[in-house]
Design a protein around this ligand. Sequence first.
Ligand SMILES: [Zn+2]
Length: 246
Amino acid sequence: MQSLLLRASQRLLVTTRVGGSPRTVLNRVSPRPRTFHASVSRRTEAKPSFKKCPVCSQPLLSSVPACNKCWNIFALPKDITHHELLGLNYDPNPFIIDVPTLKKRFRDAQSVCHPDSWASRNPEKQEVAQALSARVNHAYQALLDPLLRAEYILDCNQFHIAESDSVQDMMFMAEIMDARETIDEAEEPLQVEGLFEENEDKIAETVKELETLFGERDFAAAKGAAIRLRYLTGIRRAAKRWLDNH
Ligand SMILES: [Zn+2]
């Protein structure tokens, strides 16, 4: 596997060869074309991918290519995965995320690329910091929420969930319609609270199921479970909204 550090160094070398200004470093040098899916399947490491700054060789605090010793910052390759960006394992099971580790990696990453830290640097660096920070935020949100995480992993494996995708299980759909009706017609908070708790149990079961299915790389079945999770999440939202307003 080609490490991010190596990829950044190569980008740096390319830059040196074209001999450009910092703008060249940051904007013109694009990563070599590589396929997204190939890079996903090869990810195995858990450690942050950038270990040392490619310019000053100081150890980096996080997996993002930003050094606040020599104040150099690099744009990311477009095909970097959320897992890779936050230094998390994709294999053996990309769906299993240790949330405290995710949160720590997120904080570490933001501490070095947050635009506030780069506010006194040149505009090109500020721009890269902004993009990097937005990317880190997006990756964090997508991995933190089980539904978004499932959708992301499915996307990575060409099992995109479309708006029009529905559940084939008629029993499940009948339960969802019943739950909607209960919320719409509820008069007592107790009714909605009971339904909310039941729904939370179903969410927990479905998340467990997704863990197993992603572990088995059964993406077709995982897609079905993720669509069910989407409906259950909709019920959670509707129940919360009802309880907030009553
Ligand atoms: Zn450095």
